[in-house]
Design a protein around this ligand. Sequence first.
Ligand SMILES: [Zn+2]
Length: 561
Amino acid sequence: MVRMALPPVAVLFIALGVFVGRASAQTSSQASPAPAVAAPLLPTQKPPTRADILRGEYGRYRANNDLLFYHLDVRVDPAKKSISGKNTIRFRMLKDDTRIQLDLYANLGVDKILLGQVPLKYEREINTVFVDFPETLRAGREYAIDFYYSGLPKEQGRFGGMAFRKDPSGDDWINTACEGEGAAVWWPNKDQWRDEVERMELSVAIPNDLVDVSNGKFVAKTDLGDGYTRWDWLIQYPINNYDVSLNIGNYAHFADKLGDMPLDFYVTPGNLEGAKRQFAQVKPMLEAYEHYFGEYPFKKDGYKLIEVPYSGMEHQSAVTYGNHFANGYLERDWTGVGTSLKFDFIIIHESGHEWFGNAVSAADVSDMWIHEGWTTYLEGLYVEHLFGHDEALKYLNAYKSKVRNREPIITQRGIHRSPSQDMYFKGALFLNTLRSVVDDDARWWKLLRDLFQHFKYQNIMTEDLVQFVNAQLGQNLTPVFDQYLRRADLPTLELSFDEAEGTLAYRWKADERAFAMPVRIGAPGAWQIIHPTTDWKVMETSLKKSDVEVATDLYYVNVTK
Ligand SMILES: [Zn+2]
């Protein structure tokens, strides 16, 4: 996902809003020393609501079962802007229990929930549906329920949730994109991040003249004889709920192949020529990521790129695209140093999520940097692969201007609190720093590939990733991860010269007492690596304070001297 996907006017408006809010808070706290006026809470610091807990907590009625399979079978009526149908949910019980927790937004109706032919009782609370069983479900056994629902989904959130729109020719154009709001905005499911189905079927009935493009492999379309056609898709890998997507419209289609893997492209008819030109970037992009991490992770399902009215989203094997068929991001130089204009930001970013986000997934939104920090770093790898290391360093370091360092990247788990945007830019700059810590590219490339191969198709937390990196490198980098991800401030390298004595004292100023990280100082081309900790060390040096630089394009740190 890209959360900065606002049209320029909206960006300006929000930027001003933030600026005004912060400026006034500073003024008031300075003007009234006692009692201090509390600064407004950052979004990540607000106390959770009951809805946040229901959404984010992996509580008893979620943890007692393991998802296996969904068959979502729906009918979408563009005229009524309605959806109806059922989700067959198969799961294995992990503990004996009589209740499970599912989710469906309160504005959608539950028609009935069946276990076989037996209607089940349920209790709704905000956007949650607790389903009760007349007899105890037994640990180790598999069960399937049919959850029937219907209603009018509400358009909401950054990308619409489920939006009924028209394309430029006036034809129906209906899309779902719901990472922030949750998939329960348009279909009933176990709406959390930790547990995914192993596979999924998706059946979508729509008026005969429209096309549905969803995730997975196209199986068949069937004329239902009532003016509707059902499109069947098969997803042959684990999938995040929010990645499941409908894209219904008057799509034109063209195709290509990467080796033996199908590449399928769907755009509104007026954009066919522009798309054929712009989507030529797909093959080199996939080849770049395959070079670093290994084969495209959803090969049996293929790769699709589908035009939508919003900027774009990483829907698994069905990436959605709304970047105006132009390089940059919404026709802007996204990083401001020229590099962004060499490629189509949405194709490169959203497709990178197939590796980090979709194949390797975070188990809680608190650790979403595993999606966004890594994918932003993948942009840098794409740039390196196509345009060289210098260009990649220029590109990644340009992201410094977007980092705030006001709050930690990792948020509290269990309350579905999205991290700040630092998870993108600081996350990527941290990974670039880690490469310099490893200081051996052959080892770094192997680490990246092994890490991806080890965690693909899993839902993990940062601790899992750190443990893997520490084991692979045979070092304890936990304090380094913690400083960058669990603290707001960057580490500061303090250099203190005594030119009369010919000595340099140095240390890290960091919140993590055990923080220790090598860093290069001296001059470009003649760097020397020092190994500061949070305790002062003294070395003899002939270097003068005014001559000494720190390689801050390789290490994202502050420096004082
Ligand atoms: Zn993203």
